[in-house]
Design a protein around this ligand. Sequence first.
Ligand code: GSH
Length: 220
Amino acid sequence: MPAKYTLIVGTASWSSWSLRPFLTLYQTRQDFETVMIPLRWKGESRKTILKYSPSGKIPLLKITERGKSQKVWDSLAICETLAERHPKAGLWPANAAARATARAISAEMHSGFPHVRDQLTLMFGQKLKSPALRPETTREIERILEIWSGALKSSKGPFLFGRFCIADAMYAPVVSRFDTYGVKVSKPVRAYMDAVLALPGMREWGEMAQEEREKNLLER
Ligand SMILES: N[C@@H](CCC(=O)N[C@@H](CS)C(=O)NCC(=O)O)C(=O)O
């Protein structure tokens, strides 16, 4: 019997960390259930998250198989676990040098870009006026564009390393942010952003975000 996957995520409109493993899991083509915990919700979010996650943070993947269940928390750990469990899904590039670069830029995203995260907050699927950017934010945007342009130049697209991989999942919320705030990008980068935005997993995430707006789950 295949393993049962349950992915615990936060509000789709805001939870950039949740979107990354969601896209990765989607790519494995395995069935999975998504449980959404509304963030910043009536002071109850932390208590609810702690029922699922020992770190008090989401995303978290629950894997149930052979009568046992295992919890994996943290976006990158979940993506790595899925890559290990589904080698045929090609979640990392096949070429060792490309794989090392994909891992490096994924880790750079996971541990960095605090100004982009702070100023260009995720508002999935929305178009908003950009705030006045701090020099640090501009520098981080330039670095991200350098990463994307370099990878696309070598791979020729449509994704950073040709086929979709975990590095694309790690940067997908940034694609959404740049689209929301109209960050100026080159033609190849725009084509990359459009390829990411057109992924079936991104569309499904967009539907979840739309539903949240309709149910007024974004009120604080
Ligand atoms: N390093 C973690 C970050 C996870 C994180 O910060 N999650 C946020 C939601 S996007 C969260 O759980 N916030 C709830 C809280 O801090 O109470 C990861 O990569 O998964």
